[in-house]
Design a protein around this ligand. Sequence first.
Ligand code: API
Length: 247
Amino acid sequence: MHIAKYNANGNDFIIFHTFVEVDRSTLAQQLCDRQKGVGADGLIVLLPHSEYDFKWQFYNNDGSIASMCGNGTRACAHYAFTNQLADASMRFLTGAGVITSVVENDVVETELTTPKVLSESFEENGLTWHFCDTGVPHLVTFVEDIGCFDKVIARQMRYKYNANVNYARLEKNALHVRTYERGVEDETLACGTGMAACFYSAYRQKLVGTSATIYPISGDELSLRIVDQKLFFKGSVQKVFETVLDL
Ligand SMILES: N[C@H](CCC[C@H](N)C(=O)O)C(=O)O
């Protein structure tokens, strides 16, 4: 099995393409295991599709299926273009709907799904939470010091609301974001839909304009912009290696 390992600003993925659509939850757990496998936050499998350039299967590293993955869309778009599976501008089907991504060298911009507010903002654990869906559900809280990211609180909120949990610090027109990711069950170095949820929550409160620079804990720089209620997420991706596994 030919696979590629991608790094999307600290969120890392194993990617391959195939004609065979089967449940790959167990394979995802095996390949994503950082001690016994290749190691990654998720597995992305590209499959043929009659209407779009391809469709994908996305698995978190615990084998759970997620409908969307912002960083994953950028990595798999680069993979698809590099492997001549799609042109530089492509449309592919995810569990959250059709995604458009555009590849330009190592920079990829994805038009995410239309964001949805999931509840009124609320207080819990001494913090104000905003709840939205940017392809998957995200809780967002704004803090003065991103160092106060509390994994115990994040884990508790993740299970109570079955959502990813983000702490964000606003700085002029930039956001610093830390994310506890559902399905990884830990903080990841970057979470695309999480960064988008933080930007969208800040935009709705008029804390940022129609675009902003976002810094995940990896320190990389990404950008988000909103046009006619559509979110555009842009940043670099890196193919770390490709190899053949005798699976
Ligand atoms: N862990 C997420 C899916 C991956 C999201 C993240 N890796 C991204 O870049 O959006 C969930 O199960 O809701």
